[in-house]
Write a protein that binds this ligand. Structure first.
Ligand SMILES: Nc1ncnc2c1ncn2[C@@H]1O[C@H](COP(=O)(O)OP(=O)(O)OP(=O)(O)O)[C@@H](O)[C@H]1O
Ligand SMILES: [Mg+2]
Length: 373
């Protein structure tokens, strides 16, 4: 039986160093939930608190209605997969997978049925009598996953399970993990610092920075309407510009450093006043024009990189600010280096933040962190 996880005001200290200070979080039953953030932000620390491998200096952790703060890790009914596989090198694949069931004194015939089922599910049946040293990294990681799942845990915890694999295998394994999680429907907490991996596998993602959750939402919520400047720059690629918001009864517009402006219709009503802002424009949110008559931000092309489907243009604005633009490649047409261009923006897509970067002032931000009371 899968459960929901509720964390309230969690505090973690290592000696005098407080790395998590009052963190609250709801993870829904059966969802694939990812903790994403830069190195050292506290992802592993939080995962180990859920698992019971770290002391808890404050707050409450619940699996369903069950407060687990003082529950022995072995009794939490969790499956864990780590970065370095952690399978037993001196046991065959089959015995590795059977280990947790033997420990639980499950009758032998039942062990055999369950082990076969998970070997098959992970597509490692043909290696069942091999020793781990004779398996590839991806195969070993499948054994680790089968071993974690065979005990029918209520929660599956994974800490950077793919980081030791090469790029191609990572992509294959992440869809395998996602598929298996989907078919079993087990509440999963996944840790990664790779934002693309997080987007590919997760139902929802919590972006963390410095022990603090910044934004919780679906991948598209984080990418399209990031809650703050940190999330905008951490998820995907973006260009950030200093600008001013000019607003009055008739409307609001963003004025860039060169005086060019964009009329905006989706600025929050509470924010419609003159203020300095930071504007986030993703590379695909620009439209390049080579027509000298066209309106927009003036720029000069510094470099152009053809990548097949898309062509990336590296440009600078008149004040020297660099920007990256992505356009779908055209047959036989590339804007040459040194060309003067003007940039229009897809204004319904861009995001505008307060000058300190703390808040998105465009409407439509969906942040599930606000539901956590
Ligand atoms: N056992 C420990 N003793 C003291 N400090 C620790 C310990 N474990 C982690 N820390 C500190 O706590 C902070 C969070 O570490 P944590 O391992 O949770 O980061 P992370 O987000 O998992 O990073 P990474 O992506 O590099 O794995 C870091 O500043 C780290 O130095
Ligand atoms: Mg870590």
């Amino acid at each position: 039986m899968s459960v929901d996880i509720r964390i309230r005001n969690a505090v973690k200290r290592y000696g005098d160093n407080t790395v998590i200070d009052g963190l609250s979080l709801d993870i829904r039953e059966g969802e694939f939930f990812t903790l994403l953030g830069p190195s050292g932000c506290g992802k592993t620390t939080l995962l180990r608190m859920i698992a019971g491998f770290n002391s808890i200096e404050g707050g409450d952790f619940f699996f369903g209605k069950d407060r687990i703060n003082d529950k022995d890790p072995a009794k939490r009914n969790i499956g864990m997969v780590f970065q370095n596989y952690a399978i037993f090198p001196n046991m065959t694949v089959k015995d590795n997978v059977a280990y947790g069931l033997k420990n639980r004194k499950v009758p032998k015939p039942e062990i055999q049925i369950e082990v076969d089922k998970f070997l098959h599910l992970m597509q490692i049946d043909q290696y069942k009598d091999r020793m781990p040293e004779n398996l590839s990294g991806g195969q070993q990681q499948r054994v680790a996953l089968a071993r974690a799942l065979v005990i029918k845990p209520s929660v599956l915890l994974m800490d950077e399970p793919l980081s030791n694999l090469d790029a191609k295998l990572r992509v294959e394994m992440r869809s395998a993990i996602k598929q298996i999680q989907n078919s079993i429907g087990i509440t999963t907490v996944y840790v990664t610092h790779d934002q693309e991996e997080a987007m590919a596998v997760s139902d929802r993602i919590a972006v963390m920075n410095g022990g603090v959750i910044q934004h919780i939402g679906r991948p598209r919520d984080l990418y399209q309407r990031p809650a703050n400047l940190f999330v905008a720059t951490f998820i995907g690629h973006t260009n950030i510009f200093d600008a001013t918001l000019k607003a009055d009864a008739s409307g609001s517009k963003i004025v860039f450093q060169d005086g060019s402006s964009v009329e905006m219709s989706n600025i929050l009503s509470s924010e419609r006043h003159d203020q300095n802002v930071k504007v986030s424009i993703r590379p695909e949110e620009f439209i390049i024009s080579t027509d000298p008559e066209s309106q927009g931000i003036a720029a000069v092309v510094d470099d152009c990189v053809f990548l097949g489907l898309n062509t990336h243009y590296f440009v600078h604005l008149d004040d020297g600010t660099p920007a990256e633009i992505v356009m779908e490649s055209e047959i036989d047409r590339e804007i040459p280096k040194g060309a003067r261009i003007t940039l229009a923006v897809k204004k319904e897509k861009i995001n505008v933040f307060t000058e300190d970067g703390e808040r998105n002032i465009v409407s439509g931000v969906r942040n599930d962190l606000e539901e956590v009371s």
